[in-house]
Design a protein around this ligand. Structure first.
Ligand code: SF4
Length: 314
């Protein structure tokens, strides 16, 4: 059977935190003019970063690269206390694009630390969100990447032990690790609502529904995007060949040989324009029908920081 149908996952692509972060940089560019400095990629997507660069955003990792008096935006992943303090000490005008759902985890860590808690953080080493959350305290947060780490970790005490997670983990892997944490530390305090965010959950749920209906799944997302990688892995675990592409140019016709139905989704930092370009390329390879799967309609929206809201004086 030749290639026939493309099924679009629902929901897919931008989440409320990514929308807000990009809008913060865009509004800062309009209000203050270029250059606007951004610490780390505002969101993990090559297209978004290149587009903002072309409009005058300058992406840096080290605050020493930012001139005095400049405007600086923190990325959606959040930053450590040390970075916040250094940015303030250098006198920058700061706009914080940290996703409010990441900030919520920071607040929880600060609050429980005051009460004497020590933390286990389930997450991926080196991811900026993990560095930002672990950097909310000078010490007392242990990184847990897998079940083996749960067996290895040696907290100083176990009476007051809390667990937090990165927002963009595999829901199933996190549940598995959390079960091991509970088994070793039955008194561990868990977040009232899980830290994995609604967008991660909804996009993974959609891939779970979609994968069995298609012969191959294409995920639009950049290699650095944690939640996009998790979508590809999830489909592969469910037995559906899955590929992640940063743009339509990366699609390979060999992936569609002997394939009738293609699933298409996008990570939370991947713009819809890329999805549409990928869709056009798959149609050019022979797909004749496009169908949208039924899915959760997301209505979450986060307010912009003061100084960048509509109607505020320039
Ligand atoms: S993926 Fe979740 S935590 Fe990350 S920016 Fe989007 S809503 Fe926020």
């Amino acid at each position: 059977m030749p290639l026939q149908e493309v099924v679009l996952a629902e929901p897919r692509g931008f989440c409320a935190g990514v929308d807000r972060a990009i809008e913060i940089v865009e509004r800062a560019l309009r209000k203050f003019g270029a250059p606007i400095y951004v610490r780390h990629e505002i969101v993990h997507n090559t297209y978004v970063v290149n587009d903002l660069k072309a409009r005058g955003a300058v992406f840096i990792e080290d605050l020493a690269e930012v001139p005095p008096g400049a405007t600086l935006v923190f990325s959606a992943h959040g930053v450590s206390r040390a970075v916040q303090q250094e940015a303030r000490a250098r006198g920058f005008q700061i706009f914080d694009a940290t996703c409010p759902l990441v900030s919520k985890v920071h607040v929880e860590v600060a609050k429980l630390a005051q009460e004497g808690y020590e933390f286990l953080m389930i997450g991926h080493k080196g991811h900026p969100e993990v560095e930002g959350t672990m950097g909310q305290l000078d010490h007392g947060i242990h990184l847990i990447e897998d079940v083996d780490d749960v067996a290895r970790v040696q907290p100083a005490q176990t009476d007051k032990l809390a667990v937090v997670t990165q927002t963009t983990l595999s829901v199933d892997d996190a549940a598995h690790i959390l079960a091991a944490v509970r088994a070793r530390f039955p008194q561990v305090r868990e977040p009232k609502q899980q830290d994995i965010c609604y967008a991660t959950q909804n996009r993974q749920d959609a891939v779970k529904l979609l994968s069995p209906q298609v012969d191959v799944l294409i995920v639009v997302g950049s290699p650095t995007s944690s939640n996009s990688n998790r979508l590809r892995e999830l489909a592969a675990k469910l037995g559906t060949p899955a590929y992640m592409v940063d743009s339509a140019a990366e699609l390979q016709s060999a992936w569609f040989e002997g394939v009738t139905r293609v699933g298409l989704t996008a990570g939370a930092s991947a713009p819809e324009v890329l999805v549409q370009q990928v869709l056009e390329r798959i149609k050019a390879l022979g797909a004749t029908a496009v169908r949208r799967m039924e899915g959760v309609q997301e209505t979450v929206k986060f307010p912009l920081p003061k100084g960048l809201r509509l109607g505020e004086a320039a």
